[in-house]
Design a protein around this ligand. Structure first.
Ligand SMILES: NC(=O)c1ccc[n+]([C@@H]2O[C@H](COP(=O)([O-])OP(=O)(O)OC[C@H]3O[C@@H](n4cnc5c(N)ncnc54)[C@H](O)[C@@H]3O)[C@@H](O)[C@H]2O)c1
Length: 371
């Protein structure tokens, strides 16, 4: 199979869908890889690195889309790419179809085979191609929090770990899933006094077992959160109710019981945020202040660390890409339920219920389109 890797063209997207080592792996399996010139530059991988791995370099995206059997991308295709995607071409990337009718209709029109990273799902219902970005955002959250707690950045002027004789900063983590667990681990590593709130007692039991001594677990309810807020220097929002808007665990009136100059990092901003006063911001302008509390609500936090994010993402995507390339998409979908769940559009038909429901478009079972 010929696998094509175009350069990402969405604004501020510096990740790339395949590493040189990934190209080498696919080539070893008998495939050909073509990478657009400079596709890896934003993540610090040069064309020379890809050439050494055995890939060819193409100067334009047109060359890649015109010839590749499978396109590997990071972000959903945008307008300029719609026309280049061909009938029967596999496109393996993040699509987030439910967020855009235009994209859904464009991919239906192209009759491509759209396999979406975000809906590839394991038997335990975990989403293996979303987890790496949650890990990155979770580990970044205390790092950003620590930065904005500095006086010159607008914060209280407090060091997360403190020093002997001063006591550590207080960190609250709302939600103890992938983001929350990673955030708590890093904040604890800094030496902060960390409290994780979750409403799942089984999750709290697990966290209590694995977290270091400076992490406390608490059942999530308004009473306990209100009691903890006056002592917090940093609050990290990491709640998720799948398929729904995040619940507002901190309402606007609760900001008044927080310390002046404290910081909130709401990672769950992409689902509306679990802090009522949170609204999406960008890396160019990441923060704003409400009632004396500094808010950091960047919707694509992993974008700030594209090298790490690319490594984390491609570690997870490569085995699926190899399987699709080796078996062909039909056999890969028939034999691997995780890949089958990733199929969202094929031959102009929607095969993912959530997407058809989002736009009232007809739904087709995978079995009805791949016999
Ligand atoms: N901003 C970014 O760049 C970025 C990057 C990655 C992920 N995210 C977002 O971060 C959020 C968390 O993702 P995740 O992968 O950790 O999800 P997850 O499903 O692993 O964890 C969510 C946790 O929230 C808990 N929860 C649900 N309701 C709660 C409540 N009322 N109180 C306390 N806890 C509650 C759940 O029990 C679960 O443990 C998602 O919205 C995700 O999209 C954002």
């Amino acid at each position: 199979m010929l696998i094509g890797v175009p350069k990402e063209i969405k604004k501020n997207e510096n990740r790339v869908a395949l590493l040189p080592v990934g190209a080498a792996t696919l080539i070893q399996s008998g495939h050909k890889v073509v990478v657009e010139a400079n596709a890896g530059a934003g993540s610090s991988f040069s064309d020379e690195d890809y050439k050494k791995a055995g890939a060819e370099i193409a100067n334009t995206p047109e060359e890649i889309f015109a010839n590749a059997d499978m396109i590997m991308k990071v972000k959903e295709p945008i307008d300029k790419e719609y026309q280049m995607i061909r009938e029967g071409q596999i496109v393996f990337t993040y699509f987030h179809f439910a967020a855009s009718k235009e994209l859904t209709e464009a991919m239906m029109k192209s009759k491509c085979v759209g396999i979406a990273y975000e809906t590839v799902q394991k038997a335990d219902r975990s989403l293996p191609l979303l987890i790496p970005m949650s890990e990155v955002a979770g580990r970044m959250a205390p790092q950003e929090g620590a930065k904005y707690l500095e006086k010159v950045m607008g914060g209280r002027g407090i060091l997360l770990g403190g020093v002997p004789g001063t006591g550590p900063a207080g960190v609250i983590v709302l939600g103890g899933g992938i983001v929350g667990t990673n955030a708590a681990k890093i904040a604890a590593g800094f030496g902060a006094s960390v409290t994780i709130f979750d409403n799942n007692l089984y999750r709290l039991r697990y966290l209590d077992d694995v977290m270091p001594k400076n992490v406390t677990t608490m059942m999530s309810n308004e009473y306990y959160i209100r009691a903890a807020l006056p002592k917090a220097d940093l609050v990290i929002g990491a709640v998720l109710i799948p398929g729904a808007k995040a619940p507002h665990l901190i309402t606007k009136d609760m900001l008044s019981i927080m310390k002046e100059g404290s910081v909130v990092v709401d990672v769950s901003v992409d689902q509306g945020g679990c802090i009522e006063t949170c609204k999406p911001t960008t890396h160019a302008n990441p923060t704003y202040v409400v009632d004396g509390v500094l808010h950091y609500c960047v919707a694509n936090m992993p974008g700030a660390v594209p090298h790490t994010s690319t490594l984390a993402l491609t570690n997870a995507t490569l085995p699926y890409a190899v399987e699709i390339a080796n078996k062909g998409y039909e056999a890969a979908i028939k034999t691997n339920n995780e890949i089958k769940l990733g199929l969202n559009v094929i031959d102009g038909k929607i095969t993912y219920k959530g997407v058809s429901d989002a736009f009232g478009l007809p739904y087709h079972t995978v079995e009805s389109v791949i016999k």
